[in-house]
Design a protein around this ligand. Structure first.
Ligand code: ADP
Ligand code: MG
Length: 408
């Protein structure tokens, strides 16, 4: 039961959002060539929405009557899903809205979540249109599991939600730089990496984090079904899966984050965005951090990368042990002093997720619940889910499993 689409169940009504500009501008061709035939054959009713501009999807999901939809599916890069997640969490009924199953089909140049979802099925890696077919198959299968989101506070006290990554330094610069190579598709990150290596620089700033032992155990706190309270080690299918058809019967109480507070802070700051879960682990961005946080000694970095899923790009397995709802922020940083060849070796090893095994003394990896980054360099960039956000101090905390994802 709940494994595949059943003739006995009502079909899943899908809103399929396509960004025709994503990647090499092929998303509509992918839809008609691959996805439409699959949905038709599987008798999945869907409505196609072609986005016309940036934030179109965000505005649409913020306003739409969600009772009409059993799933919101994105055929684009990660940027369009970022819009959808944030649109859902800007609603008055965010607690219910964020329970809407979300699906991802790779149509962009940055398809990190799609690659992560495929990786979680433990299938051998695939790229390009094969990845699209794999994700299309998962979509028609319709299994839903939990997805972590990370609440991110920006200097303007705006708050955004991320499902994928926050990057500063080298990786953020590659994200931005590689925009001009988007005509090469997913290869743009490799090209961008090589270009950036030539102008490698050090970024000054301070980094601190809340180690996992001081936060909650993942999956703790109320859930709408029983979940194990032990951390999951590496990719494997989540036990708390349902078919997206049955979303109506399984949708009841959203996780109540106020019960998730640790002892020192219960209310949490409420930044400009009043909707969404309160951040019980974070003081205001201007306030000092509690004593049990760890401050990183170094102040010179080549990169800081907080990963919330396994893949940073289709061919970059940055956090090999990550799972969709492990409740962890996988925090990486590379200290200043690394040579160009060593940094290149790291990124080449990352293709297979082997970068942690090559004994690079400049690379540090921690599993954390929350982090704060205060850049000192006046020039630089921060990206969240591959999108540029305002530059300045930033902090984030994980909200384990508050969203739902169609996955294997
Ligand atoms: P890619 O992986 O190719 O970058 P994304 O899905 O990340 O694809 O989309 C890139 C950017 O385009 C995102 O910021 C997204 O919000 C924006 N966007 C969405 N729809 C449109 C559209 N119709 N025209 C232009 N930009 C759009
Ligand atoms: Mg993008």
């Amino acid at each position: 039961d709940g494994v595949v689409y059943s003739q006995l169940r009502r079909a899943c009504r899908v809103m399929l959002l396509v960004n025709p500009q994503s990647g090499r501008g092929q998303a509509l061709r992918y839809f008609y060539g691959h996805i439409e035939p699959m949905l038709t054959e599987a008798l999945v009713p869907y409505t196609l929405v072609i986005t016309e501009h940036q934030n179109h999807a965000r505005d649409l999901v913020r306003e739409t009557d969600l009772s009409q939809w059993d799933a919101l599916v994105i055929l684009s890069g990660d940027g369009l899903l970022f819009e959808v997640v944030n649109g859902l969490l800007e609603r008055e009924d965010w607690e219910e809205a964020i329970q809407t199953p979300l699906g991802i089909l790779p149509g962009g140049s940055g398809n990190a979540l799609a690659a992560s979802v495929h990786h979680y099925t433990q299938s051998p890696p695939v790229w390009g249109e094969e990845l699209l077919l794999s994700c299309g198959f998962l979509l028609v299968k319709g299994l839903v599991s939990r997805l972590d989101l990370v609440s991110i506070h920006l200097a303007s006290s705006r708050r955004i939600f991320s499902f994928l990554s926050l990057a500063w330094g080298f990786v953020a610069d590659v994200d931005i730089e590689s925009e001009k190579y988007r005509h090469v598709g997913a290869m743009r990150f490799l090209v961008g990496t090589l270009v950036r290596l030539a102008s490698l620089r050090v970024y000054q700033g301070r980094l601190a984090y809340l180690p996992i032992k001081d936060g909650l155990l993942p999956n703790q706190g109320p859930r709408d079904h029983a979940t194990p309270s032990t951390p999951k080690q590496g990719p494997k299918s989540s036990p708390n899966q349902n078919c997206c058809h049955s979303s109506n019967s399984t949708q009841n109480t959203a996780p109540n984050s106020s019960n998730n507070a640790i002892t020192t802070m219960t209310a949490g700051p409420r930044p400009a965005n009043q909707k969404g879960p309160p951040d019980s682990l974070l003081p205001d961005l201007e306030q000092p951090l509690p004593e049990h946080w760890m401050a990183v000694e170094e102040e010179g970095f080549v990169l800081v990368l907080a990963m919330f899923q396994s893949h940073l790009a289709e061919d970059l397995l940055a956090a090999p042990g990550a799972a969709a709802d492990d409740g962890f922020i996988h925090l990486f940083y590379v200290r200043a002093g690394i040579s160009r060849p060593a940094l290149l070796r790291l990124f080449l090893a990352m293709e297979k997720g082997a970068h942690l095994a090559i004994g690079c003394p400049h690379l540090v990896y921690e599993k954390v619940r929350a982090f704060r980054l205060e850049p000192r360099s006046s020039e630089g960039a921060i990206t969240v889910d591959g999108e540029v956000v305002e530059y300045g101090p930033v902090q984030g905390q994980v909200h384990g499993g508050i969203a739902r994802l169609i996955s294997g």
